[in-house]
Design a binder for this molecule. Structure first.
Ligand SMILES: Cc1ncc(COP(=O)(O)O)c(C=O)c1O
Length: 355
């Protein structure tokens, strides 16, 4: 029997989030961001569900992820698979041809690679509007090179640095810079600027296409403006053993927790190799029997201990680390991180199960 380390993937909630984002983004096309194994939610569960909801545009990181997604979705309909990091070498260019992938282009060299491979599909051009991450420095030159190579440019995109802070001055600055560049390069080309947070905080900039990622998975991207997203992932472990301990004894590595009175400890079969952050040691909570119980001692590679004193906890009981009862955003905030790191940190050995 496999270890009962399971993350439940609530596909109804995913569908709800997709529909909600579609309504929020009004008439824009939705390019769903499913990179990094659908933010840890399992691509082969997430992508078909989005396809069934009518999504025909998906974004992944690179050609390897693009090929995997193409094998899941097939070639039927006109399904766009965008590579947000573009292509890296000749092999990627070949893969883009064979699997009808849509690279984003930030460098002239990428156009040359595609031309050499005989690529005749579509690309997006990525423009840096102020985040200073990936983006073309000479987008006009890239557009012309694409034109000469008979590569179709389906749009211009850029990415926001601070969209989760609606009043941040960077947002308007980037929007202005992006639009000025688009107007100069090619006013008629479709534009795409917004990620999840931007859809909520900058609704006047939805343009042709929006690119939600984290919101699909149910984590509210703008803390001050929740829109009713539902959590898609529930990370669940199982109680393996329950033991009573007397006052004065310690629990787990480093003996960092000592019982100040007699208590009952339960061992959960899920640890940091499964994605439980080690920084939850002596700090976090889990949800079991309709209550929140404290994590005691250090989180181990395969186990986490919790205080189950005065509860009727028994081996086999399910324990939620995050999901509908403990929001991933709240866990992340308590650790000074973001829910993205929790979702993508869930280990490969944790089985994803659609519910
Ligand atoms: C270019 C680009 N667009 C959209 C997204 C989706 O962002 P989010 O998950 O914040 O919605 C990402 C994610 O990193 C990205 O890199």
């Amino acid at each position: 029997m496999p270890r009962p380390a399971i993350t439940h993937i609530h596909l109804d909630n995913l569908r709800h989030n997709y529909r909600l984002l579609k309504r929020t983004a009004k008439d824009s096309e939705i390019m769903t961001v499913v990179k990094a194994n659908a933010y840890g939610h399992e691509l082969f569960l997430v992508a078909p569900a989005l396809l069934e909801e009518g999504c025909t545009s998906f974004a992944v990181t690179d050609a390897t992820e693009g090929c995997e997604l193409r094998s899941i979705l097939g070639f039927y309909k006109k399904i766009e698979i965008v590579l947000l990091s573009g292509i890296f070498d000749e092999e990627d260019a070949e893969l883009a041809c064979q699997h009808q992938l849509t690279p984003t282009i930030s460098e002239l060299q990428q156009v040359h690679l595609l031309k050499q491979a005989g690529f005749n599909g579509n690309v997006w051009i990525k423009i840096d509007s102020g985040m200073n991450r990936l983006g073309a420095k000479t987008p006009k030159q890239i557009l012309e090179a694409c034109f000469q190579a008979e590569i179709n440019v389906c749009g211009l995109m850029s990415h926001l640095a601070c969209a989760d802070e609606p009043n941040h001055q960077m947002n308007q600055k980037q929007a202005v810079a992006f639009n000025e560049m688009c107007d100069q390069i090619s006013p008629e080309l479709p534009r795409s600027l917004l990620n999840s947070a931007g859809i909520i905080s900058m609704p006047e900039h939805t343009y042709h296409t929006v690119r939600p990622g984290i919101a699909l998975y149910g984590a509210e991207p703008v803390a001050a403006q929740p829109i009713g997203l539902k959590p898609v992932m529930t990370l669940t472990g199982e109680i393996m053993q329950v033991r009573d301990i007397p006052a004065g004894v310690s629990v787990s590595y480093g003996a960092t927790f000592t019982a100040d009175q007699a208590m009952t400890i339960a061992v959960v079969g899920l640890g940091y190799a499964d994605g439980v952050p080690r920084s939850l040691s002596n700090h976090g909570h889990v949800f079991i029997h309709s209550q929140k119980l404290a994590i005691v001692g250090r989180v181990c590679m395969d186990y986490t201990m919790i205080d189950v004193t005065d509860t009727d906890t028994k081996p086999g009981d399910a324990v939620e680390f995050w999901g509908e009862n403990i929001l991933a955003n709240d866990v992340a905030r308590s650790l000074d991180t973001i829910s993205y790191t929790l979702f993508t940190g869930v280990g490969e050995r944790v089985r994803r199960k659609a519910v």
